[in-house]
Structures are given as C-alpha cells and as structure tokens.
Design a protein around this ligand. Structure first.
Ligand SMILES: Cc1ncc(COP(=O)(O)O)c(C=O)c1O
Length: 174
C-alpha cells in the first residue's frame, strides 16, 4: 500500500520527548512550545506566534476572533481541507465557495470580486500544497470592501509569496 503521507523525522524526536518528560511539564506551553514560538518569530518575522494544538483549532480561534455570526458570508476555496470551512459553519456563517484557478487548486482571484457582498465578513485563502495564493489582489479586495483575510497556511511552512513567508499576510501585519 502507498502511504498517504510520510512524516519527516529529523532524528532528535525521541531525545526531545525525553527532555519534555523530564522537565515535569508535558502539557502545552512548555519549553518546546516556547522554542517553537521563538523559531517562527525569528525565522519568518511573525510579530507574535501562538502555537495551537492543530490548524483546526487555529481556524476556530480565528472564526471566534473575527466575531463570526449567523448570516456572515465567508469566502473559502472550493478545494480545501474540511476544517477551513467547519470553523465558520459551526458559527452559522454562510459559506461562499470560490472556484480554483485553472493552474492550481488555489482560489481563482480573477473571479473573486463577483463573490463579495455587503455581508462578506472574511476570505480564507488556502495555500494548497505550499503553492502561494495570489495575495496582492486578495488584500486589495479586502481593503476596498473592509473584510478580514484569514490565511490557512497549514500546508505552507517555509513557502513564500514575493519573498514574504506565507501566513504573514493578515491585515494587522501590513
Ligand atoms: C488546508 C488545511 N487546513 C487545515 C487543516 C487542519 O489541520 P490540523 O490537522 O492540524 O487540524 C489541514 C490538515 O490537513 C489542511 O490541509
């Protein structure tokens, strides 16, 4: 059988698990959580990193933070992982699917404007398989129509758009 994916292992995992256990704190926010925060902030220039237990949880937090309410419209790619959409469906939002571009599974930015209405609360660009969405037109459309941009960068560590790390396009970071 061909495995769906094969995790990358650097060789230090068992030693790090031993250190975590010996530190006496194996819940979140221990020494390795802090090391991850520092790594992501220094390597990619994120202003503030907060490690979550999963991208599903990060998306749930984002949906809460933008105050998603029933009737809000959220634009998401038609091709993505289910968590991208669930976070907003669970809060009663109406999902507006954006079709893929002809050359990648990512949102076709040329068709986005027609999906925006006065009820649009946010767009969730997904950088599928590390392929960067075309962020410039997405950010311009969001600024013009005053809605949030919530990047789903679950598949995009160490991937870039015009030299800028993916996951760093939130409006507050402009
Ligand atoms: C695009 C995308 N978003 C969100 C998720 C959810 O991530 P997690 O499994 O960490 O909850 C995944 C997982 O594969 C994903 O591919």
């Amino acid at each position: 059988m061909i495995p769906f994916n094969k995790p990358y292992l650097s060789g230090n995992e068992t030693e790090y698990i031993r250190q975590a256990v010996e530190s006496g704190k194996i819940s979140g926010d221990g020494i390795f959580t802090k090391r991850c925060h520092e790594f992501f902030e220094s390597k990619y220039g994120f202003k503030k990193v907060l490690l979550t237990t999963s991208c599903t949880d990060a998306l749930e937090m984002a949906a809460i933070l933008v105050n998603t309410k029933p009737g809000d419209e959220i634009i998401v790619p038609a091709y993505t992982f289910v968590s991208t959409v669930n976070a907003f469906v669970l809060r009663g939002a109406k999902i507006v699917f954006a079709d893929s571009s002809p050359d990648s599974p990512n949102i076709d930015v040329t068709k986005l404007a027609s999906l925006v209405t006065p009820k649009t609360k946010a767009i969730v660009p997904v950088h599928y398989a590390g392929i960067a969405c075309d962020m410039d037109p997405i950010m311009s459309l969001a600024a013009k129509n005053n809605f949030y941009v919530i990047e789903d960068a679950a598949q995009s560590i160490d991937a870039y758009y015009k030299g800028r790390p993916l996951g760093r396009w939130h409006a507050c970071d402009q």
